[in-house]
Design a protein around this ligand. Sequence first.
Ligand SMILES: [Zn+2]
Length: 528
Amino acid sequence: MSASVHVPDPPTGCHADQVPTPARRRTDHPDRNRRPARNPVAAAPGHVASDTAELLRLQRAAGNAVVSSLFAAPASSAALTIQRYKSYEHVEAGAVESFIGPEETAYAVKRDETPASIARAHSIAAAALLERNKAKVKVWAGAGGREIEGFEAGETIAIPTGKLAMVPPSRTAKVSEAQSKVTIHGVTMLYGEAMAMADYYGSYDYFKKADAAQIQALLDLVRKESLTNAIKEEEWEKASGGRYMLLNRKNIGHFAPPDTALVSGPATATGVNHKTEWEKYHKQALELAQKGDRDEALAVNAFGDHFLTDAFASGHLFNKEDLMAKVTDTLKDEKVAKKFALDVATTVWADSGSAALISKYETVETHLFTHPSINSAKRFAAVLEGIKDNADTKDVLPNAIAAAVHDQLNTDGVPVTNARGDAWTVKGDGSLESTGLFVMREAVAQSQVNVINTIGAKTMDLPALYKTVWQFTPSPTSKGQVQIQAVIKNLTEPSNQTTINAVAGITKENLKLVMAKTVELKKLRLSK
Ligand SMILES: [Zn+2]
């Protein structure tokens, strides 16, 4: 007699919709939008405006109106503060089908136990137990010439639990790019593509209610970025209906929890960070799973896993809210702020191309029957200075500095470890390395497994479930901590030429967009 082979249904069909992830086209990304400024730029002597009153007027009017528009309003905010993983990196992190398998426990067979008794004790079918351990099945002659199947006493066998587990493939083998799909508002996308969407929608609810055509337009850009190369910030801005830039300024939820060892700034106001955001969505997904809504649970979880994967970028290892509070605190000193604005403006002005571009503009409002031109470093400084005291724009400079810290850490890479004992040097957005990607996939796979295993479950242990996933996320080693501390200390010091260069560099790179947007808002215009 041979064992009747009954193959049990695979644990909840997460492999059903698997499709390959677009192959990564770039492993190294020389097209990074910004590079931290390294070499001090000599300042060109600016044309000093003689009319102090006009400067003050500019600062008030331009500062509060022109500059608000320059940097703040959703439609006009410049790409001053882009801090995100490239979309295709989130997409790649979603390729976890080969990291998910049946959950099994090891069991040592005792004397006189039969496959039937072991199966009964574990509430599984005997046939499934025999099938799973068929290499260890022994056949004995029984009474009446019958054959009896069983296991040797002391043999260790695998007991399938009927649930799923994160089962990583070999690190040396080529990993499958297959991943599951989710559907949002009728638009079907890869799990990893849904993960990328949290950069374009501030919340899952907002995402879910978005116009299908807009979701499709963003998805098209995400795919284009995966397949070819860099997408211009203006393209994301357009496809997101003008929300992208603002979201990038309001993205504290994409950065690490507070750590006073890294940023000893004032206490955070909201406490929102990538861990709290991920937990919020994971909880929501698990609750939907309990109710049996598998599809919606996985869609919510995909969106939330964006924040999980953000934890794997070196540029996201610090708490952005604390860092910005620290910068804001420093710039409260009027003298410091004034000098910083002038230093940044002077550095921007030293670039003849930027100066020429800025000089083409004048305010739309008149002053003493003229339209003051932004024709000197000092006048541009007045424009920059005005932004700090405006409620809508006061976060712009701190954001630019956070962006500079983010860029520097991404470029340098930071040595990290995780609770599981993995150690690697984590690189940043646009330069994801293989260990980081592998561990990230383990985390995303575990997150999916948690949701699928919770379908229909009566109870769940949230802290334990969070931990199974968060254990993969990296923390800087002591050497990494020292490195982050040094970068933060360096780049939050307004008198430091590196800081000035970094902010000036970000301003310069976005100057055209800033000016164009401001004209669009009828605040500045090209000089007649
Ligand atoms: Zn993010």
